[in-house]
Design a protein around this ligand. Sequence first.
Ligand SMILES: [Zn+2]
Length: 375
Amino acid sequence: MNNVPVEYALDQMVLEKGAIKQAAAYLKEKGCQNVILTADGNTYEAAGKELERELKAAGVGIRLCLIEPGPSGDVVADEPSLLQLLLEVNPETTDAVIAAGSGTIHDIVRFVCYKTGKPFVSVPTAPSVDGFTSKGAPLIVRGVKKTFPATGPVAIFADLDVLTKAPQQLVAAGFGDMLGKYTSLFDWKFSHLTAAEPYDQEVADMTEKALNACVEHVDEIGNRTEEGIRILMTSLIESGIAMLKFGQSHPASGAEHHLSHFWEMEYLRRGSRALLHGAKVGVACAEISRLYHNAAFRGVYPRQEPDMLRKHGAQVREWLGAVPAEAEIRSLLQRAGGPSSLQELGIDDGLFAESLREAHLLRDRHTLLRALNEA
Ligand SMILES: [Zn+2]
């Protein structure tokens, strides 16, 4: 697999019980002789160990790269982690790099593969985020989180035997990341209407379908049944592919993600242990729903009525009618087994108030949050 172009396309996607065995067969069939298996202590136990055994049995040489946790006790995609993996990659002999793990392990691998031109194979261990297929890697560089260009996986082997054993909080986080599509899809339409930002109906429909499937099966997801986990993982991957198709994050990321990013950056500044991405997004979605419903239906504004709301009120109310009210979003989060309030997350009132006023400044996007703050 040497000397292949860096721009790999996803050519294999397996979501079923025993998918790990197929990963080894795939790599063997592609002629891989030396691969790097990247994991952390937990994900090595969850999937890495079995994959290692399967690869050895298939006669594929492996180097194990167990990413060490940072000072906070979490594995983070920062300089030491990137260097740790980079040092294992041999420009001549490494045929592929496997990420067996969380979103963070994936970000480390996708960035290193992009820089070294090696194919990246994904073995997710929890249905926790929609970024498995992403071509951007959020990295922490000198204490600041920024997204850098990266490579998407050539193949994904999502093993239901592994995913159904993922901790409840990671499953609930994946569900929270999906629920966030309620407000991101609204904000996307709003930005198209009020600021002519690009829009793609097919991509929006694809994202909405994935969201609805998760909501319809929230109890199966909360109980981590095989069916629930299959639906959640499928939806997360479809949401990721929708973003790839569109080429930007509009379908899956609106004001709820901007709040989440704001909280994340403050936690980094404070040196606090990071909260799960989807846990933040789910709660932020409830808060944004409350703010938007209050503005559009009750005339409650942080400042005054934005011009765009006065001009397009009827359309905005029609779209917001499809976004569940705050209480319903919190109830869905609870049924999935995750945190449903700022208190449960540990976000204090001061940080929340600041984020409501300033989070829109983090991204160059015309959300309703921005319109409300700039009125
Ligand atoms: Zn997200």
